[in-house]
Design a protein. Structure first.
Lengths: 265, 269
């Protein structure tokens, strides 16, 4: 029951801030989604992002994987410096995996084929050759890890929501990422499975120095998994500290803050 | 709800209703005008129609298959023209569609240029392309293949880019987030999702092209169409009806296998 063999040894020392954002603003259609967000995400540790819906949690994750371009502010990666330009982003993305809230799977392809997409860069788009052996092996191992290896050749559209979520997790793990982003990765799973997979992701982060950033809405699970909690409300960081300091009062504050219409960005 | 608020709502509803009825009346008038302009409302034109058709049907029966040995070659020519023309169109259409689709990474100005080009190619009927290519490369199935290929590029290009635009954005975003190139996103996320629709368009087009390949025979692209037209010109109606039945059989067969292929595509491997 180990997923550790999937992950390469980290090149950066654990606990160093692997990724940080500085004064980040994201606006869409004239509406500010993230306002002056500054925080950091340590390698070998679990950072959990919490907050009410619409607070900008998903947007923050999608800034970290480059899907959303910030309107201002900057990102820094320990090894790459400021993330400016295509080369720096390509270097970061090569070691990044994201677990998407809506799973982002292709329904008419099999579970196995979907997990293989984790290795899309290892195969030329115009190549007629099959997926390389290492990709097939890693995909099979990742599916075994989430308990779906025996259904590898079933089409994803025949799986339940929870099973799709596990396939999405398998696809992310198969990459052996050094930056692993999870957007509500356990939302469709039952409690015991959510806890087990959460604990395994945590072990992965701590042992292999992976920078793990999870968006979670289950606060109990967030407390159990997180080393550090970052809370957003209306696009602003309203809490940022060690998980053990995120007490009832802090939780109350995060989820009851009335949205401010004060323009920050 | 106050009386005034309801009155306002009812007034707006009546205005919308009137506008809808006016639009319908206008459309009906336009359609009627089209029939009138085509002479369809001049009843005297129909006086001889039914007896003539009946006589033609009578003279076409029973179908005369006696020359079937000589139909093999033109039939194969038509089949080859349809298949090769469709394949040529598809091969040209897919990369163009990837440039025309809004979600495949090409900038909007390029989307628009390619769409305009596809529209221009499509607006010339296949028969005109046939005349052009007969002049360019001479008689026979080859100008037919080129004509169908070019015309199909315009039509398939449109159907293909629409199919590509219908896919879920999630899988493509997932690939972008892990650093896949535009071509990679197209190949590994857009294409697999769009494949059933692409196949659908392709089968529909193949069916269309087999019929079109027949008519192209008239402008010198050879094949089965030439046989049918010749039979008509020689007043060999019984042979013509036999030829038409064979053509019907061919297209029905293609439809049958097309439907099976479609089912397989939708069910997966």
């Amino acid at each position: 029951m180990s997923m550790l063999h999937l992950v390469p040894t980290p090149a950066f020392p654990p606990a160093a801030p692997a990724l940080s954002v500085d004064d980040l603003c994201v606006a869409r259609g004239g509406r500010a989604i993230l306002r002056n967000v500054s925080t950091s995400f340590a390698a070998g540790a679990v950072t959990v992002v919490v907050g009410p819906s619409g607070a900008g949690k998903t947007t923050l994750l999608n800034v970290l994987n480059g899907l959303v371009e910030p309107s201002s502010g900057e990102l820094f990666a320990t090894e790459l410096g400021p993330l400016r330009g295509a080369d720096a982003w390509a270097a970061l993305r090569a070691h990044t995996a994201t677990i998407f809230q809506d799973h982002a799977l292709i329904g008419r392809l099999s579970a196995f084929e979907n997990v293989l997409l984790a290795f899309a860069e290892s195969r030329h788009p115009l190549s007629l050759l099959p997926w390389p052996r290492f990709a097939r092996e890693a995909a099979a191992k990742a599916l075994e890890e989430v308990g779906l290896l025996d259904r590898a050749f079933e089409r994803v559209e025949n799986f339940s929501g929870g099973e799709r979520q596990r396939i999405g997790i398998a696809r992310a793990l198969a990459r052996g990422p050094r930056l692993l982003l999870g957007d509500e990765p356990f939302s469709s799973l039952d409690q015991p499975l959510a806890r087990r997979l959460g604990a395994e992701l945590r072990t992965l982060a701590v042992r292999k120095g992976v920078t793990l950033v999870l968006v979670l809405h289950q606060i109990a699970l967030a407390r159990a998994l997180a080393d550090r909690i970052v809370a957003l409300n209306d696009g602003r960081v309203v809490f940022d500290g060690p998980a053990e300091t995120f007490d009832e009062a802090a939780e109350q504050m995060v989820f009851t803050l009335s949205p401010s219409h004060r323009k920050g960005c | 709800m106050t009386e005034a608020a309801y009155a306002a709502l009812a007034g707006e509803w009546r205005r919308r209703q009137t506008r809808r009825q006016a639009a319908l009346a206008l459309a009906a008038a336009a359609i009627l005008a089209a029939f009138a302009y085509a002479g369809a409302l001049d009843l005297s034109r129909y006086a001889d129609a039914l007896p003539t058709i009946a006589q033609l049907a009578n003279e076409s029966f029973p179908p005369d298959f006696s020359r079937w040995r000589e139909w093999g070659r033109p039939l194969l020519e038509t089949l080859a023209t349809g298949v090769a023309g469709t394949a040529l169109g598809a091969v040209l259409a897919l990369p163009l569609a990837s440039l025309a689709a809004r979600n495949a990474g090409a900038p909007v100005w390029l989307n628009e240029i390619v769409r305009f080009g596809l529209g221009a190619v499509r607006s010339l009927p296949g028969l005109i392309w046939g005349v052009i290519f007969v002049a360019a490369v001479g008689f026979g199935p080859l100008p037919g293949v080129l004509a169908l290929g070019v015309h199909s590029t315009g039509m398939l290009g449109k159907l293909f880019f629409e199919a590509l635009e219908h896919v879920e954005p999630g899988p493509g975003a997932a690939l972008r987030a892990q650093g896949a190139s535009r071509l990679g996103v197209f190949r590994f996320a857009l294409l697999p999702q769009a494949l059933p629709r692409l196949t659908d368009a392709l089968i529909y087009r193949l069916e269309h092209n087999l019929r079109a390949a027949t008519t192209l025979g008239i402008v010198g692209a050879g094949g089965f169409g030439l046989e049918i037209v010749t039979a008509f010109h020689l007043f060999e109606y019984r042979e013509a009806s036999a030829l038409i039945l064979v053509l019907l059989g061919l297209i029905t067969t293609v439809n049958f296998f097309g439907a099976r292929l479609r089912r397989i595509m939708l069910r997966g491997h």
